[in-house]
Design a binder for this molecule. Sequence first.
Ligand SMILES: Cc1cc2nc3c(=O)[nH]c(=O)nc-3n(C[C@H](O)[C@H](O)[C@H](O)COP(=O)(O)O)c2cc1C
Length: 311
Amino acid sequence: MPFKNRITDMLGVEVPLVQAPMGWIARSQLASAVSNAGGLGIIETSSGELDAVREEIRRMRELTDKPFGVNIAQAFVRDPDIVQFVIDQGVRFVTTSAGNPERYTQQLKSAGLTVFHVVPSLSAALKAVEAGVDGLVVEGGEGGGFKNPRDVSTMVLLPLVRSRVDVPIIAAGGFIDGASMAAAFALGAEGVQMGTRMVSAAESPVHQNWKAAIVNARETDTVFLNRKYSPALRALRTEKTTRLEDQPDVNAMTEFGTALDLYFGGDMEASIALTGQVAGRIDAVRPVAEIIDEVKAEFFATIEKLSKQYL
Ligand SMILES: Cc1cc2nc3c(=O)[nH]c(=O)nc-3n(C[C@H](O)[C@H](O)[C@H](O)COP(=O)(O)O)c2cc1C
């Protein structure tokens, strides 16, 4: 059975499953695997390495003829011409995150791009709609990455936002399979975004130690840091992050260390491994195509089972 809704139409994808933008990780190797499997790969810009990003977008066009998008994580933007940079790359779909939706939306839309803004609260969602975005990524606090210090779970946030806006919603935070995707659709989403699941996928470029740590993690093995500061963040429990969890007066960003030594060097104490609670449900490193095929099959099996049971 095919998916058909506003997200598949707007993004031009077969499966309304978006791979999360993630600094250094969301590059062509991972993103092309997702796009080729029918989802939407996203290329990051949060690394700030725009020359590398330009090259990754060029490689995407060699690796796939399917649609893909770009993310602008506003808090990490160093180049004042980031919007023109994104427009120049010829991509059609952009997510903006970690910042004011009024800042880039109109400029991006005037250039013909479809713009979704990532929101962690109802007020942020209403502000983004007011700014004219085409859709929202509604992200619960169980997800990995930088977060609003006042975190709200996807289960609460998604139906709340759905009840107050009409634009299409991609749900993020806690999604790894067809059953959780069906739950998101029941709560009003028309697509899901997966971060932690994609960090641990076979095509993810991160070191085996991070993937193994995700596979071995229990659902209690993430920490929520920096509640007193901004950005807050959710990360894998390690010696370093457990210590920071016990020191709420220390700004964890001052101890972020060298991300690349962790990401690609495999030293799990060198930095902070942004990871969501759903790591507790991931039990194997698997190829993206296998993950997406299984999500599709399980999504339709779930709604069929529910409808048979209750209708
Ligand atoms: C390692 C990592 C890096 C991330 N970097 C970004 C980013 O650059 N921009 C952004 O909008 N979100 C970023 N996020 C958040 C993800 O886009 C996504 O919404 C989140 O991971 C979803 O929750 P999940 O981890 O439960 O799937 C990051 C998440 C992770 C795990």
